[in-house]
Design a protein around this ligand. Structure first.
Ligand code: HEC
Length: 256
């Protein structure tokens, strides 16, 4: 539900399923808030209802902090060493985490760091993780629509990306990420709040293939558009990019 959408081929919201795409219209917090479990817990119900479509907080149910993140794509992860914004672990680590601690699957998830010790016998989750991972690795990011950006500007943008703008220092290789290396919030100009709740305390350079198809950006959705992303980096790294440079970088990002 969270990591798929439809191609709208029959009508808006109705069509063939597109697995791996982040669902930007689903409102998981609101759905969970409707459970009778929250009938006598008005505070918790209103926290859940405040998250909004496309956001989810995977730590809320055990650390009690309500600060949701954008649901990320689940495609394009074959060449990416670590899943999740904070690089907690590979695909199967997070799939186990979500299945057992969020969706109530009958399985086992133990983490001393997170203070979680859920063990079930029989464990119906762990044996399914390898096949689930293999399926996820077949999910490719959407191809960029060549009519949606200026190809010549994109070529200039690629040169900036790989040289003066320094993006390739972190967004490198086929996955456009230097994971398993992680970055501090201060290094990339992000709020440390979410990273501090997980096990790494840092952020992973987000894979960028298909990026233009799923605004907004950054783990908390703080950049609404790719223009805002580039403006963020221009300020963060004092790049001194011209108006044309910024447009060129956006064109390049739109081509990925
Ligand atoms: C020092 C490492 C580093 C550099 C340099 C860097 N990035 Fe990033 N990038 C990150 C990290 C870490 C994130 C995740 C931040 C978050 O989610 O809060 C990120 C996120 C992004 C995103 C958001 C993707 C999404 O789906 O939310 C885009 C787009 C992006 N970077 C583009 C760029 C561009 C363009 C440049 C060069 C101007 C650049 N980055 C330079 C580390 C870096």
């Amino acid at each position: 539900m969270c990591h798929s959408t439809v191609d709208d081929s029959a009508a808006s919201g109705i069509g063939a399923r597109l697995d791996g795409h982040p669902n930007r219209t689903l409102d998981p917090g609101l759905i969970i808030s409707l459970s009778p479990h929250f009938d006598d817990k008005a505070d918790l119900r209103s926290q859940l209802a405040s998250w909004g479509p496309g956001f989810y907080d995977p730590y809320w149910n055990h650390d009690g902090i309500s600060a949701p993140v954008l649901i990320p794509p689940a495609y394009g992860l074959r060449d990416v060493a670590l899943e999740t914004y904070t690089g907690e672990g590979p695909v199967s680590y997070w799939n186990a985490y979500v299945a057992v601690t969020q969706m109530g699957g009958q399985g086992t998830f133990v983490s001393e760091e997170l203070g979680i010790d859920i063990q079930n016998d029989p464990d119906l989750v762990t044996p399914k993780l390898p096949a689930l991972r293999e399926y996820q690795f077949t999910l490719m990011p959407p191809e960029a629509d060549p009519t949606s950006y200026d190809g010549v500007a994109a070529l200039r943008g690629e040169l900036l990306f790989t040289t003066t703008a320094g993006c390739v220092g972190c967004h490198s290789g086929t996955g456009f990420t230097d994971a398993p290396t992680l970055h501090t919030a201060a290094e990339v100009g992000q709020s440390p709040a979410y990273a501090e709740r997980g096990t790494t305390g840092m952020y992973r350079a987000t894979p960028l293939r298909g990026v233009s198809s799923h605004p907004p950006y950054f783990h908390d959705g703080s950049a609404g558009t790719l223009d805002e992303v580039v403006a963020h980096y221009d300020a963060q790294f004092t790049l001194g990019l011209s108006v044309t440079d910024k447009a060129d970088l956006v064109a390049y990002l739109s081509s990925l």
